[in-house]
Design a binder for this molecule. Structure first.
Ligand code: 6PG
Length: 248
């Protein structure tokens, strides 16, 4: 597995770089004549990415070859501003006329344990049993505490190895609503994990995760630092969030 860090001037260019990367991966997958399976996250950071996806020109005219999943979800209705599905739907899927049959949201109208179980069934049902890689790409963010998806520092979900999807009934960061999240094991089945990170408030935690703060014991233990993928973990970071180049 390789790790690569791209530093882009600002949030817009980081988002555009991720979109370019996704289209590159999707076209390679298209050559193999199979659908491109992508899992996305929520939060503020992916907003410019969703907008860029919605107006993408020269990409596939037809989203029918993309299959879309979520890395995590907050248990609120899709119309709630906190919904990860709702955000993607408003900014990308609706405007782009993404085919609804290719959208695989996490159910939110059931108790969180049941929602996690159902999503595990959805994901395993799509990819099949066995050890083969699953998602072609997952797009993740990072919280200032080092969480990713809804995997929070110290949470028991981090140690789950026999499930791809688990409930997180009490997230340690806002919004304080129950969540469903891929596990590290579920994320680790992806071929490529892409982190999109921006803003000065992320710089200290990125310094720890990317190893700039040599000697800290916490960095490698943070959830985002524990993410693995089958082929590569790729970081797309804006200059406000990037640790200084001498320390990367
Ligand atoms: C969620 C996300 C979460 C997010 C980070 C970063 O649903 O909350 O999936 O892991 O990616 O918290 O969020 P921001 O982009 O808002 O900083």
């Amino acid at each position: 597995m390789t790790r690569v860090v791209h530093v882009l001037p600002d949030a817009e260019s980081a988002a555009t770089a991720v979109v370019d990367r996704l289209f590159g991966l999707a076209s390679r997958v298209g050559e193999q004549e199979r659908p491109f399976a992508l899992a996305i996250s929520g939060g503020r950071t992916p907003e410019p990415m969703f907008r860029a996806l919605a107006i993408r020109e020269g990409g596939p005219k037809d989203w029918s070859r993309w299959q879309l999943f979520w890395c995590d979800e907050r248990l609120v209705p899709g119309s709630d501003p906190r919904s990860n599905f709702g955000l993607a739907q408003r900014l990308w899927l609706g405007p782009a006329h993404f085919p609804p049959r290719n959208i695989h949201p996490i159910e939110t109208g059931v108790p969180v344990d049941e929602a996690a179980r159902r999503y595990e069934t959805t994901v395993r049902g799509y990819f099949g049993a066995g050890d083969a890689p699953t998602f072609d790409a997952v797009v993740l963010g990072v919280g200032p505490d080092g969480h990713t998806a809804s995997l929070f520092p110290g949470a028991s979900a981090l140690e789950v190895v026999d499930r791809w999807v688990v409930p997180e009934p009490r997230p340690s960061q806002p919004p304080a609503v129950p969540r469903v999240t891929l596990t590290l094991e579920g994320i680790g089945r992806a071929r490529t994990a892409i982190f999109l990170v921006g803003g000065a408030d992320k710089r200290p935690v990125l310094a720890e995760i990317l190893g700039a703060a040599d000697g800290t014991a916490t960095g490698p233990k943070l959830p985002a630092a524990r993410v693995r993928a089958q082929d590569a973990v790729e970081w797309f970071v804006d200059s406000a969030a990037a640790p200084t180049s001498s320390s990367r």
